[in-house]
Structures are given as structure tokens and as C-alpha cells.
Design a protein around this ligand. Structure first.
Ligand code: NI
Length: 184
């Protein structure tokens, strides 16, 4: 089932999300719905707060980017109760977008390497290191479960220049091809 994507201005996007347990109700259905929603909106990642749930869960399927980033072929994962253990490497700048900030794209600097502990959809624990574009996607999605958005990484001047457009997004005044949910 395709769900509406919560956009800038929705308080749930600003909450530090909570861990879930194996007994979380209908987790399989939730994961299916999140994948349907992400694919419909042509995203490569989606975090639970973006569909209104303040829980530490995000999904990534970066396979569509494999032409530009061959290392992302088959990179499809579920991250539950994730904790970033370490960020390292050089800061790298790249233009990011976000389904919760439709039509806004800005250059964001992030460390090139991330070590993350998380559980997969079967609640098996992992402790992994990612580098390059995969590390960027993970950091972007991880921000969502900590109540952050990529515009938080911009300098104050850039944020000020974006104010009007962020206001438009929060009111739903954007021309996009997927369903969104504003705070009203
Ligand atoms: Ni995002």
C-alpha cells in the first residue's frame, strides 16, 4: 500500500525516533508499504518518520543508481534500531534531495565513511562499515530517525535563502508526482 510522505513542517520529522522490538505489530506489512511508497516516489531511501512513525527504522534500495555508482548494485537493506558508531574520512560534498523536501536540492558535506550497528528485518544484528555514496545515503536516512533533515547541514545564509521554498513545501505548494502529507 502506498502511503503519503510527510513533508517539512510535520513535527514527526523532528522527533528522535524510538527503538522497536521484534514484536512490533505488522512489521512485514509496514516494510512492504514503505517499499511501495519509496518506489512510487522514486526514492532510494525512506525512513519511518517520513510516513508518520517515530520509530528507528529506515530502508534503502540504491540499486537504481548503479549506472553512476557501480558499488551500489544490489544495495537493498532494512535498518532497524540503528546507531552510528563512528564517522570518519574526509568530508565530501554532493547535491542531495529528500522525499520530505520535494523540489529542494542542495549540496551537503558529509564524512566519507560510516560505521553503523543495526538489526535487519529478521532482527539479526550487524556492525558494518560503509564508504562512498552508500555511506552518504545511510547518513541521510539516519538523520531522519534522529529528527534531522539535510537542510540542517547547510550554513545559515543558505538556510535563510531557502526559507520561502521550505514554507511552500510545508503548505504543500509543490508540483510533484507523489502524495504528501502536510502539517496543515
Ligand atoms: Ni530524506
Amino acid at each position: 500500500m502506498i502511503l503519503p510522505v510527510y513533508v517539512f513542517g510535520q513535527p514527526v520529522l523532528r522527533k528522535v525516533a524510538e527503538d522497536i522490538t521484534k514484536e512490533y505489530t505488522d512489521l512485514d506489512k509496514l516494510l512492504n508499504d514503505m517499499h511501495d511508497t519509496m518506489y512510487r516516489a522514486e526514492g532510494i531511501g525512506l525512513a519511518a518518520p517520513q510516513i508518520g512513525l517515530p520509530i528507528r527504522l529506515f530502508i534503502i534500495d540504491a540499486d537504481p543508481l548503479k549506472e553512476d555508482f557501480p558499488e551500489l548494485e544490489g544495495f537493498k537493506k532494512v535498518f532497524i534500531n540503528a546507531r552510528i558508531v563512528e564517522l570518519s574520512g574526509k568530508d565530501v560534498a554532493y547535491t542531495e534531495g529528500c522525499l520530505s523536501l520535494p523540489t529542494i536540492r542542495e549540496e551537503v558535506k558529509r564524512p566519507s565513511k560510516v560505521r553503523i550497528k543495526y538489526m535487519d528485518a529478521n532482527f539479526v544484528e550487524h556492525d558494518e562499515i560503509y564508504e562512498g555514496f552508500g555511506a552518504r545515503i545511510i547518513q541521510h536516512e539516519y538523520d531522519h530517525i534522529d529528527g534531522k533533515l539535510f537542510v540542517d547541514h547547510l550554513n545559515p545564509l543558505k538556510r535563510r535563502l531557502l526559507k520561502g521554498r521550505l514554507n511552500d513545501v510545508s503548505k504543500g505548494n509543490v508540483d510533484i508526482a507523489y502524495r504528501i502529507k502536510t502539517a496543515k
